[in-house]
Design a protein around this ligand. Structure first.
Ligand SMILES: N[C@@H](CCC(=O)N[C@@H](CS)C(=O)NCC(=O)O)C(=O)O
Length: 215
């Protein structure tokens, strides 16, 4: 269910980086234990423990994995300007793709459906508008004239973006509708990560179908 965790998971799988799973049920509070706080003091997922080197934050983790392992250069290019393009999105996404999609999902789905809180229609409308601004910026700026967010090749920016953009689908919102550049890009990214993409998103697809059947 965690979008940054899915990004790290798929990156490890696709690049055949050896790892050992440690699945936490956030809804059961399994990330609130002292044992986990020793790995991630913020008590959020994901986090990695690489032979005693603990690291949090999906962006930092993905960059670290690119440096530490022999992955193809396109994921996080060594060329300064190409790398800066990736970083440009990674900085931008925190308060845009990440924040706005996650908040829409929270108010439209997570709070009422999973936490039993009353629907706050004002907040849902507010975050929907903010999210749509971000989606339009992805469509008309980031993906205006390039197949991937940072240029001609797929990078960790695309991976993180795709995972965040899956979240609103669980709340019945199709981010691709009316956005042809985003639609074509989404397909390219999913195809690049198969079969791991569908496997990592199994729960997302299940929730999406359930919500569509009974919104
Ligand atoms: N900026 C962090 C975000 C981490 C984060 O917010 N994780 C969420 C799941 S997507 C979490 O652990 N939530 C549990 C909680 O808030 O208690 C990253 O990219 O790794």
């Amino acid at each position: 269910m965690s979008q940054p965790s899915r990004a790290v998971y798929m990156f490890l799988r696709l690049n055949k980086i050896p790892y050992e799973d440690c699945v936490l049920n956030v809804f059961e509070g399994e990330h609130k234990t002292e044992e986990y706080a020793a790995i991630n003091p913020f008590q959020l997922v994901p986090a990695i423990d690489d032979n005693g080197f603990n690291l949090t934050e999906s962006v930092a983790i993905l960059r670290y994995l690119c440096r530490e392992h022999k992955v193809a250069d396109h994921w996080y290019p060594s060329d300064s300007k190409a790398q800066a393009r990736v970083d440009e999105y990674l900085e931008w996404q925190h308060v845009n793709t990440r924040l706005q999609c996650a908040m829409f999902f929270q108010f439209k789905f997570l709070r009422p459906k999973m936490l039993g809180m009353p629907v706050n229609e004002k907040k849902v409308a507010e975050f929907k508008e903010r999210m749509e601004t971000v989606l339009d910026q992805l469509e008309t700026i980031w993906l205006k004239d390039r197949p991937f967010i940072a240029g001609d090749h797929i990078t960790i920016a695309d991976l993180l973006a795709a995972c965040e953009l899956e979240q609103p689908s669980m709340a019945g919102y199709d981010v691709c509708e009316g956005r042809p550049n985003l639609t074509a890009w989404f397909k390219r990214v999913k195809d690049a990560f198969q079969p791991h993409y569908d496997e990592a998103h199994m729960m997302v697809y299940r929730v999406k179908d359930k919500f569509a059947a009974s919104p």
